[in-house]
Design a protein around this ligand. Structure first.
Ligand SMILES: [Zn+2]
Length: 65
């Protein structure tokens, strides 16, 4: 057997809290991508203005490499 798979930590796009899929309270699929939230409050905040939180995630601009 190879290395065991580490559970991915996902960031709640609204509050920035790090959660795992198991501990995520809510999930929501938007534009073929699934987002996970720590609470229903964060989910509804996201649903209210999803573009605001998605743009934060993939800012365009300088990409240092
Ligand atoms: Zn949250």
């Amino acid at each position: 057997m190879k290395n065991h798979i580490v559970e991915h930590v996902i960031k709640d796009p609204v509050c920035g809290m790090e959660i795992s899929r198991k501990s995520a309270c809510e999930e929501f699929t938007y534009l073929d991508k699934t987002y996970y939230f720590c609470s229903e409050t964060c989910l509804t905040t996201f649903q209210d203005e999803p573009g605001k939180y998605i743009n934060q995630h993939r800012q365009h601009g300088i990409n240092p490499k």
